[in-house]
Design a protein around this ligand. Structure first.
Ligand code: PMP
Length: 353
């Protein structure tokens, strides 16, 4: 038995994987979906179904456009300020972890950029907030779930300026009113398919650059007009995103996974709060249900528990290289029984310690 707790790329449901595998094989009477033109009706229909399924899942209103783009999450770190920065305005970032910090740095290539708040000095153990919104904001950017530090927004701030969110590690894993944002996106590698692509949802009214003033490939309007088929899309990633989203819908939609993911997280946090050998990293009120980060009481225990995990089929539980310790990523496809197995392993470890 292998228990897959990787942070991303990460666990995909076995039936979804089998469906993907079957569909890249061609038959005598039907070519594989990844060996036909992206301009074919068959692929065009698939993209339409992908977009419709995403819209249904999120209950997203018609004033949003949904795009499937190349480049994963980090491409958006650049594409957002490329499209949205304005002369005499400032791009504001709520700095809640390494991913917002990287995004903020990329923004400096395109315009004035500032952190509107930051928890960096406190090791990103909590979500920082701000009191007053600056008048000169081109937009305010936050990351709803901080994959590395295991914190998550449980209250989304209201803003006057366009509100932008990186949801790479919690999109489809929690219930949320998606319509309160102006642009949000996720790398598809966690709850939305495979790596290398992204889903980007935008209200086009925020796109105000003079047409032709930024490179076509970077301009969101190019991709809106071409329905995500401006150039050849990452076809296999798109196919897998469709299968993952259809599976989410069949299981009961985002609300079903919201409940399941809360149950899984509660199980593990309860054990971490009880077991004296381990300490959860994030402050209680901002704890993430997707990525649970924790440390061991000392280095010796840490190494011994790492060995125990290795010997019992647990993979992907090493903390991010920047903070060490442990991280249990528990995306939609991770069954509750795998979290129960991890909790039992911790209890057994404690008994033998
Ligand atoms: N944002 C967040 C919150 C992430 O967790 C990640 C990847 N783990 C990224 C952005 C970057 O995604 P990618 O590697 O696809 O560029």
């Amino acid at each position: 038995m292998i228990y897959n707790f990787y942070a991303g790329p990460s666990i995909i449901d076995a039936d979804v994987l089998a469906r993907g595998a079957n569909n890249i094989l061609h038959r005598d009477d039907l070519l594989s979906i990844i060996e036909i033109s992206h301009r074919s009706k068959r692929f065009g229909d698939l993209m339409e179904e992908l977009t419709d399924t995403a819209r249904r899942l999120m209950d997203l209103h018609d004033d949003f456009e949904i795009l499937f783009l190349h480049g994963g999450g980090r491409m958006q770190f650049m594409q957002i300020p490329y499209n949205l920065s304005e002369v005499f305005q400032t791009n504001y970032y709520a700095d809640s972890g390494s991913w917002t910090h990287y995004a903020l740095k990329e923004s400096t290539f395109f315009g004035g950029t500032k952190a509107i708040c930051s928890s960096r000095e406190e090791g990103y153990k909590h979500i920082a907030t701000w009191d007053e919104e600056p008048e000169d904001a081109a937009y305010i950017y936050l990351c709803t779930n901080n994959t590395i530090y295991g914190t998550q927004y449980w209250h989304i701030p209201e803003t006057k300026a366009p509100l932008i969110a990186d949801m790479s590690s919690d999109l489809f894993g929690r219930s949320l009113d998606f319509n309160q944002f102006d642009l949000f996106y996720a790398a598809t590698q966690k709850n939305a398919g495979t790596a290398g692509a992204s889903i980007v949802c935008i209200k086009p009214e925020i796109l105000k650059k003079k047409p032709g003033s930024i490179p076509a490939m970077m301009d969101y309007r190019t991709h809106i007009n071409a329905k995500s088929l401006y150039n050849t899309p990452p076809v296999f990633a798109n196919v897998m995103s469709l299968y993952v989203m259809q599976w989410i819908e069949q299981q009961g939609g985002i609300d079903y996974f919201d409940r399941l993911n809360h149950e899984k997280a509660e199980l593990l946090y309860e054990e971490l709060d009880r077991n004296a050998l381990f300490t959860p990293y994030a402050n209680k009120k901002d704890r993430s249900i997707m990525n649970v980060v924790f440390t061991a009481v000392d280095k010796k225990i840490e190494q011994r528990f790492k060995d125990t995990l290795d010997n019992n089929g647990f993979v992907g539980l090493n903390g991010h290289r920047s903070i060490g310790g442990f991280r249990a990523s528990m995306y939609n496809a991770l069954p509750k029984s795998h979290v129960e197995a991890l909790v039992s392993c911790m209890q057994e470890f404690e008994r033998k310690a």
